[in-house]
Design a protein around this ligand. Structure first.
Ligand SMILES: *Cc1c(COP(=O)(O)O)cnc(C)c1O
Length: 446
């Protein structure tokens, strides 16, 4: 049983209808009549099966997956170990509620996260369902621990869609518009954004942010500083080297809880097990979700025992948090990452994609920036000859790729970033094929 056993789905792009095909079009009509229209669709094809680097739609089209369902199916959409583990667990029991009668899977996931996350201090973990729910709980824990209220987040940040996490998320449309009022005591600081902040180095960008925090919030009022080590929805923005270590050091000095939101960057995605590992940054609390459980809904807060144990007994939890199926899936996903060397595979994918995208950048001035680490790579599209964001081009390029059967996503505050999050189970051949489609599409767009 290996990760590459995807024999049930041919690993080749294959279009047997126009996209969307007739079955997808019929399902889309039913979706529009039955599902709230606020729940959008990136690509109007309905999935039937998926494995490796391919999603098969209901019309039999084979699509190249460069999105992993937004960085979730990192180990693959039907990773054999995950499928087996969930099958065994569903036959044993589906739910008891961990707070009512506990089960070992939850404890094992906590032990694994305590072992794998950055730092060798004593840790504790609590499990939840979604990334946003875990971010909220990290803030709750930090507030109890410090006895302070304020939370600092950053420009371009994305932390979720619940009330507190909407307040923490930067972008109005589509995440916040009309949904307020938002939770109080959330303050926003400037990020390090190398492509757009005039080569400000990491230390200088951190000093700029921390000076504002000091003047406008005050360390003594601050419970937590929450940051994505590489921003996801905000545009795959990787801060300049030194930025994260400087923030972490300042937090330590002022007893502010440093929270890394690794919901998108975690679990081998960036070519390290966690993105914080690259600069040796050790967060007080780390929030994980998305890639944690091979597609099942699970999230976690892991961190220093003395912080995690601050809330009173019964203060943390939830009906489904750490559901047994999700825990079984997480243990299988973690085993897959470790035994199949997926951290190394993410680095190989990164090297391949960055080389190809940089060569495209050298030939096309509309590719303003190519950035990312591991299997988390993006291109920022701009008007030729400058750095003016070109969201229309990003949208046209994504939809041209979709027409040809390549699943890609856009992101960024300005909507001008095309992002790539392939499953680590994808082959080099499929990556090259997907990138060929993109190159041709870009060449044909005015
Ligand atoms: C997706 C995401 C979240 C929210 O996770 P959900 O599971 O959608 O609630 C939070 N933080 C980051 C960095 C994310 O990418």
């Amino acid at each position: 049983m290996t990760l590459t056993d995807v024999s049930h789905v041919t690993q080749r792009r294959l279009l047997v209808t126009d996209l969307p095909g007739p079955r997808s079009r019929a399902l889309m009509e039913r979706k529009l009549a039955a599902v709230a229209s606020g729940v959008g669709t990136t690509m109007p094809v309905f999935a039937a099966r998926a494995a490796g680097g391919i999603v098969v739609d209901v019309d039999g089209n084979h699509l190249v997956d460069l999105g992993s369902g937004i960085a979730v199916t990192t180990v693959g959409a039907s990773a054999p170990r995950v499928v087996e583990a969930v099958r065994a667990q569903v036959a044993a029991f589906t739910h008891t509620c961990f707070m009512v009668t506990p089960y070992d899977g939850y404890v094992e996931v906590a032990e694994a996260l305590n072992r794998l996350t950055p730092g060798d201090h004593e840790k504790r973990t609590a499990l939840f369902n979604s990334g946003a729910e875990a971010v909220e709980n990290a803030v709750k824990i930090a507030r109890v621990h410090t006895g302070r209220d304020a939370v600092v987040v950053f420009d371009h940040a994305y932390h979720g869609r619940t009330n507190l996490t909407m307040a923490m998320t930067a972008k109005n449309m589509p995440y916040k518009h009309g949904f307020g009022p938002f939770a109080p005591e959330v303050y926003r600081a400037p990020l390090s954004y190398p492509y757009r902040d005039g080569d400000l180095d990491g230390a200088a960008a951190a000093a700029r942010a921390l000076d504002l925090v000091d003047k406008q919030v005050g360390a003594d009022n601050l419970a937590a500083l929450v940051i994505e080590p590489i921003q996801g929805e905000g545009g795959f923005i990787e801060p300049a080297p030194g930025f994260l270590p400087a923030l972490a050091a300042w937090c330590r000095e002022h007893s502010v809880v440093f929270v890394a939101d690794e919901v998108q960057t975690g679990f081998a995605r960036t070519g390290d097990l966690f993105a914080c590992d690259r600069e040796g940054v050790v967060p007080d609390l780390i929030v994980t979700a998305k890639g944690i459980a091979g597609g099942l809904p699970l999230s976690a807060v892991t961190g220093r025992a003395e912080i995690m144990d601050s809330p009173h007994v019964g203060g943390l939890g939830g009906t489904y948090g750490g559901n047994p199926l999700a825990c079984a899936a997480a243990l299988a996903a973690i085993e897959t990452i470790e035994t199949d060397g997926l951290v190394g595979r993410a680095r190989e994918i990164g090297a391949l994609m960055l080389e190809r995208l940089r060569s495209l950048q050298a030939r096309d001035p509309r590719v303003g920036d190519v950035r990312g680490r591991g299997a988390m790579v993006a291109v920022e599209l701009v008007e030729a000859g400058g750095r003016t964001p070109d969201a229309a081009l990003a949208k046209a390029l994504a939809s041209a790729a979709h027409q040809e059967g390549v699943i890609v996503l856009t992101c960024g505050t300005y909507g001008n970033v095309l992002r790539f999050l392939p499953p680590l189970a994808i082959s080099d051949e499929l990556l090259h094929d997907g990138l060929d489609v993109l190159e041709t599409a870009l060449g044909s767009l005015p």
